[in-house]
Design a protein around this ligand. Sequence first.
Ligand SMILES: Nc1nc2c(ncn2[C@@H]2O[C@H](COP(=O)(O)OP(=O)(O)O)[C@@H](O)[C@H]2O)c(=O)[nH]1
Ligand SMILES: [Mg+2]
Length: 250
Amino acid sequence: MSPRAPEISVVVPVHNESGNVVALLDEIEAALTGVAAFEAVFVDDRSSDDTAGVLQAYAQTHAWLAVVRHANNCGQSTAVRTGVRFARAPVVATLDGDGQNHPADIPALLARWRSLQQASGRGPVLIAGWRAKRLDTPLRRFSSRVANGVRSRLLGDATPDSGCGLKLFARDDFLDLPYFDHMHRFLPALFRRAGGTVESVPVRHRNRAHGQSHYGVGNRLWVGLVDILGVMWLQRRARIAQVAAPERKA
Ligand SMILES: Nc1nc2c(ncn2[C@@H]2O[C@H](COP(=O)(O)OP(=O)(O)O)[C@@H](O)[C@H]2O)c(=O)[nH]1
Ligand SMILES: [Mg+2]
C-alpha cells in the first residue's frame, strides 16, 4: 500500500467480471509501483456473479484497493462517475474491468497529461487511449468504426476512438462535465466543449479473457445516435467564462 496520499486513482467500473479482476489488480500494482503513489477504486455495479466478493477478498490484503458497490445496476457511465467521486487523488485513470485495456499504458498517459497540463496552463486536459490494433470480433470492429466515423464527423471531436475505456484526466475537470448515462463515450467532445485539450495516445488492446461483452450493435450503435444529438445540443449551449482575478479587500 502507498503510505502517502495517492497521486493517481485508477477507477474501474465492473459488472460481472469475477474472472478478470484479480489479474487486472495485479497488473495495476505492477504498473504503478515506483511510478506514483496510487489507489484503485473498483465500482461493482450490482453484479450477479461474485465480482464483489472477489474484490472484497483482494482488498483485505491490499489497502490501496477501495471497493464501492451500487445497490442497483446503473450502467458503465454512472459507475465511472461514482468511482471518480470516491477517488482521493487529483488525477484519475479509467480502465475497463475485463482486462482488455493494459494498466502498463497508464504511466505514459500520465506523463503526457503532465506535460500538456503544464503547457496549457489551467485548461482541462484529457488523454484518451486509442486502440490502434483492436482485438475484437470483425462485427464489433466494423460497428465501432462506423460509430466512431459518424460521431467524430458530427461532433468534430477529432478523436479516432472515443469509446476506449483507458483515459486520464483531472478529477475536478471530469466532475465539472454535464452528466448523463452513456457519457463515457463522449468525453473527448465534452472536454473540448469545456475549452479543454484532448490528445489520443495509442494503447494496447487484448482479448477478453473471461465473461461476455455487455454491448452489441443494438445497444451501442443506435443508442449512440440519439446520444450524439444530445451532445450536439450541449455543444450549442456551451459558454466558457474567462474569469478575471477576483478583487477582494483582505
Ligand atoms: N459498472 C458497470 N460496468 C459495466 C456495465 N456494462 C459494462 N460495464 C463495464 O464496462 C467495461 C466495458 O464493457 P465490455 O462489456 O467489456 O464492453 P466492450 O469491451 O465494448 O465489449 C467492462 O469493465 C464492463 O465490466 C454496467 O452496466 N455497469
Ligand atoms: Mg471489453
